[in-house]
Design a protein around this ligand. Structure first.
Ligand SMILES: Cc1cc2nc3c(=O)[nH]c(=O)nc-3n(C[C@H](O)[C@H](O)[C@H](O)COP(=O)(O)OP(=O)(O)OC[C@H]3O[C@@H](n4cnc5c(N)ncnc54)[C@H](O)[C@@H]3O)c2cc1C
Length: 398
């Protein structure tokens, strides 16, 4: 099996390496942390600008919306990922706005919406949060009850969302709300754009086991937004919202991030003497085998996309496998540190500012976020393997 990309693409890989050499001083190393704050965030925004300008971020987003405007070429995208990973350089900002909302908007949004939101989002000037889950609607998302009722030219929103990541700092939310209570469970939902500074929105932070409030409850009381803030048609929200979920699952199961994590994990094992231990070597070998399998699975999906074949449920395996693997890699690193593995960020003996300890807990959450592992398995079993569908519970009444 020939896994090389051919002469044209080898030349492109050299172009990427030259870019990385030229911008060595502006670039940001790919750390395990997914988000930064203060000075770190400002440096990341600057790096993002350089990446967009040179076509290494927002590469295929049309230039009229602020992207680079390159023709889609999946192999080039893979090569960029590879070269950045090998150099240990960050691929730039990745958040719910850039990775989930923008591709959805490009597919379903109006021209005005694309003009207004894509540019600021890809530059990191506009932060988005995802208003999907509710206290009684998580895995069974279509049970959501937050309502949006038309009143003249405005929707009036009432209800509550929960587990809303980054809602405190977000400028905007993409929201699933029930716009037609008389339509069927899935048919009455619409996908709305909500500025977070509207009167009637209250955000209450929720502290996680990390000790920080990375997600929130969001309450809506008579919140008014223009009726033009709908993406797609009224009642099309389930379809639009599912498109966003596909992008979310791709983001969460990103192979290059897992490979990067494994590379750093091996450094930890080496530094703490764990590579001398047959027990740790055995664990490492098993994880490396799974990472390799994930990489080749990603290449198979890439082939499907290049040949315009629908990957079916193979795409779902990426999120299921990737999120579990990321957590297992962090667990291996923390275990290899022995008693140092329980240190907190402020200890003088802690490694990498405690990032392994915090990622160990954060990655556990990502097995749940974006659709739990159990739900992914149900879908793979029912749609992929043709197993009988599980019995549905009774329909909820209001
Ligand atoms: C880190 C993190 C970030 C998140 N960020 C956001 C966000 O930004 N925006 C947002 O809207 N939501 C967010 N969520 C919420 C997330 O989408 C939900 O937690 C998830 O969909 C599960 O819903 P739930 O918590 O209500 O659990 P439930 O649906 O109540 O499930 C509880 C348990 O039952 C299992 N279960 C439920 N139904 C079935 C079934 N049919 N078969 C087998 N097992 C089942 C589940 O797998 C789970 O283990 C986030 C969650 C996490 C952990």
């Amino acid at each position: 099996m020939d896994l090389s990309f051919g002469a044209e693409y080898e030349a492109f890989a050299e172009e990427v390496r030259a870019f990385l050499r030229k911008h060595k001083n502006d670039s940001i190393s790919s750390s395990l942390n997914m988000a930064g704050s203060g000075e770190e965030a400002a440096r990341m925004k600057k790096w993002q600008e350089i990446l967009v300008e040179n076509g290494y971020a927002a590469r295929t987003i049309p230039s009229e919306y602020g992207g680079y405007g390159a023709e889609p070429d999946l192999l080039k995208t893979v090569i960029i990922d590879e070269e950045f990973r090998k150099a240990g350089i960050s691929r730039g900002l990745s958040n719910q706005g850039i990775s989930m909302f923008v591709p959805t908007l490009l597919q379903y949004g109006t021209e005005e919406q694309k003009q207004a939101y894509v540019g600021p989002t890809i530059r990191g000037d506009m932060i988005w949060c995802q208003g999907y889950s509710e206290p009684d609607a998580g895995s069974d998302l279509a049970s959501l009850r937050t309502s949006a009722v038309l009143d003249g030219d405005e929707y009036v929103i009432n209800g509550q969302k929960i587990w809303t990541s980054t809602a405190v700092e977000a400028d905007m939310m993409f929201l699933l709300a029930r716009t037609d209570p008389d339509a069927g469970k899935h048919a009455g939902i619409s996908y709305l754009i909500v500025p977070m500074d509207r009167t009637g929105i209250e955000v209450r932070p929720l502290k996680t086991m990390l000790g920080t409030a990375s997600f929130n409850e969001v309450f809506f009381e008579d919140v008014r937004i223009p009726r033009t803030n709908i993406v797609g048609e009224p009642g099309q929200g389930w379809e639009v919202g599912r498109a966003t979920l596909v992008h979310e699952r791709n983001m969460l199961g990103d192979t290059s991030q897992t490979e990067n994590m494994l590379k750093r994990c091996v450094d930890v094992l080496r530094d703490y003497g764990a590579l001398e231990s047959p027990v740790f070597r055995d664990r490492l070998m098993r994880i490396e085998a799974r990472v390799l399998a994930m990489k080749y699975h990603a290449m198979r999906l890439l082939t499907d996309r290049l040949k315009q074949r629908h990957p079916g449920v193979a795409g779902l395996i990426t999120k299921l496998n990737g999120c579990q693997l990321n957590h297992d890699i962090c667990a291996l690193a923390v275990d290899a540190m022995g008693e140092f593995g329980v240190l907190k960020r402020d200890s003088k003996y802690v490694r990498d500012e405690g990032v392994w300890q915090s990622q160990y807990m954060f990655t556990l959450g990502l097995i749940i976020g974006g659709g739990t592992a159990q739900i992914q398995r149900n879908i793979i079993g029912e749609i992929g393997l043709g197993l009988p569908r599980e019995p549905k519970g009774p329909e909820r009444t209001a």
